[in-house]
Design a protein around this ligand. Structure first.
Ligand code: TMP
Length: 409
């Protein structure tokens, strides 16, 4: 895809605030014997004070990323399964007032982790999922899947075929879609008059606060704030009606939007917008300072792993995350620093990580191999992972993290 120099939402010029260099695809795990040239792109971020939207300058074609072998499965984490079930049950309990036969649409339903709760209760629904592997997994558990990318055209088509949607939901999907205006247009065409668009994504405010620069990779074309979400959707007659901060993905925000004037916005909308101004998420200088912090963090991680190696210690990483690709490339970390990455995703095991080519092995190997040092690359699942392995630290194992700075846990 061509580089963009103007904001994808407002069209105003972008200032380049962060340069993370040439990077492979975050989810580009490949077979160890595959010696074909690896696709790379220039990972740079731009910001516009006009739209307050933090975004990638270049993004690979979505068809290259969300293809049939797309490796990410939402249901690999028990905490994520519980998170989505709790939210779906809350939505179902609230109901849809006088609407007898509600229609629920999920953009990017992955393996059906959220929508299955509606399918199981016979609620009319559609899951939009262009990646074949996850889409098949969703179909297999009874979710009705439309194997396409959501767009203005698909929004209008669904409205014509099924009527308006009471709820359009997306989790960790909206920030992946470069044509955000097309999506907003599709939502505006599909949403019922009193319907809600609810979406959650990694939150820019948390990334800046935690120094979690690994949230920046090819799939995350945007890191949203409430300020930027407000500015994107207002052109389409939608306004923020509620905000909820979430612990998922190391810090996310759930945005609820409705047609202008149809809902009373909660007090949280004003308070989050105010907090974002206090955090200077509306200032270019904030992102330039963040870039300096990223460079220091990458250098500190490399030093820590180099020292561990010099002391003859074995080193593993926990979690073959897409996010960690950014870290390994920025910090110049390869299989010379990390022996292997532990992961429980069947289609990642036996492959090597993108760029760094560190082998991915089954999570069960952890107790057998007992590495001296383990970099917690899936830091956003820290509680779940540490709870499952209390033996590790108590037997002298060292957990290393980079959030909010490089340190031993
Ligand atoms: P994510 O941060 O994008 O959700 O990716 C987390 C990765 O870590 C994913 O590949 C699954 C893996 N993982 C494990 O191997 N074991 C675990 O206990 C958890 C929570 C995740």
């Amino acid at each position: 895809m061509p580089d963009i120099t103007n904001c994808r939402s407002s069209g105003t010029p972008l200032t380049v605030v962060l340069d993370l260099g040439q990077q492979p695809l975050g989810n580009g795990f490949r077979r160890p014997e595959d010696d074909s040239p690896e696709y790379t792109f220039w990972l740079r971020c731009g910001y516009s004070e006009e739209s307050r939207l933090f975004q990638l300058i270049e993004q690979p074609d979505p068809a290259m990323m969300f293809h049939d072998d797309y490796a990410f499965r939402s249901s690999t984490s028990g905490a994520m399964r519980a998170h989505f079930q709790a939210h779906a049950e809350r939505v179902i309990e609230l109901g849809w007032g006088s609407v007898a036969d509600p229609f629920i649409v999920e953009l990017g339903c992955n393996d059906g982790i959220w929508l299955r709760n509606f399918a199981d209760r016979g609620i009319r629904h559609a899951g939009i999922e262009p990646a074949k592997g996850p889409g098949q997994a969703a179909s297999d558990i009874g979710v009705r899947v439309i194997p396409e990318f959501f767009s203005a055209e698909l929004g209008a088509r669904l409205a014509a075929e099924h009527g308006p949607a009471e709820l359009i939901y997306a989790a960790n999907v909206m920030c992946h879609i470069p044509d955000i205006r097309g999506v907003a247009q599709g939502v505006a065409a599909l949403l019922s008059d009193d319907g809600l668009l609810v979406f959650e994504d990694p939150y820019l405010g948390d990334v800046i606060r935690l120094g979690s620069y690994d949230q920046i990779y090819d799939e995350h074309v945007f890191l949203f704030s409430a300020l930027s979400v407000q500015s994107i959707f207002e052109d389409f007659g939608l306004e923020l009606v509620d905000l909820e901060s979430l612990a998922t993905h190391g810090g996310s925000m759930r945005y609820s939007l409705g047609r202008r004037g149809r809902h009373q916005p909660s007090d949280r909308v004003a308070s989050v917008l105010e907090a974002e101004r206090a955090q200077a998420l509306d200032r270019t200088a904030t992102f330039l300072a963040f870039a300096e912090r990223v460079r220091n963090s990458a250098a500190a991680l490399r030093t820590a792993l180099t020292e561990a190696r010099a002391e003859g210690r074995s080193v593993a990483a926990y979690g073959a995350t897409s996010k960690s690709t950014t870290i390994y490339t920025c910090a110049g970390i390869t299989s010379e620093h990390i022996d292997y990455i532990l992961d429980n995703t069947p289609n990642k095991i036996g492959k090597v990580s993108p760029g760094a080519h560190i082998p991915v092995v089954a999570e069960a190997e952890f107790e057998l191999r007992r590495p001296d040092v383990t970099f917690l690359s899936a830091w956003n699942h820290q509680r779940e992972i540490l709870q499952r392995h209390p033996w590790y630290a108590s037997q002298g194992g060292v957990w290393l993290t980079h959030v909010p700075d490089v340190h031993v846990l």
